[in-house]
Design a protein around this ligand. Structure first.
Ligand code: RIB
Ligand code: CA
Length: 312
C-alpha cells in the first residue's frame, strides 16, 4: 500500500534531493507538489520545483504555486545559502512542463476533501505558510490529515538563521504556531537531527559514481549547498536537511525521538521563531509533536544514494 503524500516545498538544493528521493521511492505516491516562498521568492521556488520534476523524469507531476509571503511577517529569503536562483549548482534547463492554475492551498483543501480521510500525509520542507492557510480556511479538515512531517526547528542545536531559530520556522512563526496547535499528528525533523547528516566528501563521491543525470545534478546541488555550512561550522560537508522528511516516511526506524510539547515564540524579537521543546516533560503542556533527535546517518545516506541511483 503506497503512502499518498503532498510535498510542500521552497526549493532549495536540499528540497530538490528530498523530491528526487520521493520520486525514486515506490513506497510513496506524490499527489502533487505545492510551493511556498522561502529560500527564494515564490516565482523562483515554483520554477525550481518544475525543473526538479523534469530532472527526475516526472514532467507529469502537478506543481502548484502557493503563498508568496508569510502570514504576518515580511518574507526573509536565503540567497546567500542557495544562490540567487535558489537552485544554484547544476545548470538545469528551463522546464517545458507548466505550472498548475489552481492555487496550492486550494489543491491541498480539495485533496483532503476528496481523498479518504486519514490517507494524506503533508511533507513540509519550507515555511509552513501554505499549510497554515489550509488550517485557517478549513479547520474541519485537520482530522482528515494523516500526519504532517516537517523539517524545521531546533532546540539542543540552537538555530541557523538566528542563535535560537531555524529558517523554516523563523520565516513564518505564526504559521508554525497554527500547525503545532492544530491537533494533527506532527513529526518534526529539526536541526538536532539534520546536523548529524553531513554531506561528507565520501558520501558526495558516491553520488558522482552514479554517472547519471540525477547523480551528477545531485553532486552539483550538494557541492554548492554545503559550501556555506562548511565555512560556518568548519565541518566536512554540510547538514542535509529536507531529505530526512522523506527518509523518515520510508524508514522511520532510522530515527529516534519522543512525543513531547513543542511551542514556537512568535512574539519576541530576540527569540522569534524559536522552537521551545519540553523534551524532559517538565510542564503539563500537550505532547503535540514527535520530536526527532537521533539518526543512523550511514543508513540514511545508503537509502538516499540507493534510491537516487534509480533515477535516469
Ligand atoms: O533550515 C533549513 C531549512 O531551511 C531547509 O528546509 C532549507 O531548504 C531551508 O528551507
Ligand atoms: Ca526547504
Amino acid at each position: 500500500m503506497t503512502r499518498k503524500i503532498i510535498i510542500d516545498t521552497d526549493p532549495g538544493q536540499d528540497d530538490a534531493l528530498a523530491i528526487l528521493l520521493a520520486f525514486a521511492s515506490p513506497e510513496l505516491e506524490v499527489l502533487g507538489i505545492t510551493v511556498v516562498a522561502g529560500n527564494v521568492p515564490l516565482a523562483l521556488t515554483e520554477l525550481n520545483a518544475r525543473k526538479i520534476c523534469e530532472l527526475a523524469g516526472r514532467p507529469q507531476t502537478k506543481v502548484f504555486a502557493g503563498a508568496d509571503r508569510p502570514l504576518m511577517r515580511p518574507l526573509v529569503t536565503a540567497e546567500h545559502v542557495h544562490g540567487k536562483t535558489g537552485l544554484d549548482g547544476p545548470d538545469l534547463p528551463e522546464p517545458a512542463m507548466r505550472l498548475q492554475d489552481q492555487h496550492a492551498v486550494d489543491f491541498i483543501i480539495d485533496t483532503l476533501r476528496t481523498k479518504e480521510a486519514g490517507s494524506i500525509t503533508l511533507c513540509a520542507l519550507g515555511p509552513l505558510t501554505n499549510i497554515a492557510h489550509v488550517l485557517i480556511r478549513a479547520p474541519e479538515l485537520a482530522p482528515r490529515i494523516r500526519e504532517i512531517v516537517l523539517m524545521g526547528g531546533g532546540f539542543f542545536e540552537g538555530g541557523n538563521v538566528t542563535p535560537t531559530a531555524e529558517f523554516n520556522i523563523y520565516v513564518d512563526p505564526h504559521a508554525a504556531q497554527i500547525v503545532l496547535q492544530s491537533g494533527v499528528p506532527i513529526i518534526i525533523l529539526p536541526l538536532d537531527v539534520t546536523h548529524k547528516a553531513l554531506t561528507t566528501a565520501e558520501r558526495v563521491e558516491r553520488f558522482r559514481a552514479m554517472g547519471t543525470r540525477a547523480g551528477d545534478a545531485s553532486v552539483a546541488l550538494l557541492e554548492f549547498f554545503e559550501r556555506f555550512d562548511e565555512e560556518k561550522y568548519g565541518s566536512d560537508g554540510g547538514p542535509l536537511h529536507d531529505p530526512n522528511v522523506i527518509a523518515y516516511l520510508i524508514k522511520p526506524e532510522l530515527y529516534r525521538g519522543r512525543l513531547c510539547n513543542v511551542a514556537v515564540d512568535a512574539a519576541n524579537e530576540l527569540t522569534l521563531g524559536m522552537t521551545v521543546v519540553d523534551w524532559w516533560r517538565v510542564t503539563d503542556r500537550p505532547k503535540n509533536a514527535f520530536y526527532i533527535r537521533g539518526i543512523d546517518a550511514d543508513a540514511f545516506f545508503d537509502l538516499l544514494i540507493e534510491r537516487i541511483a534509480r533515477l535516469p
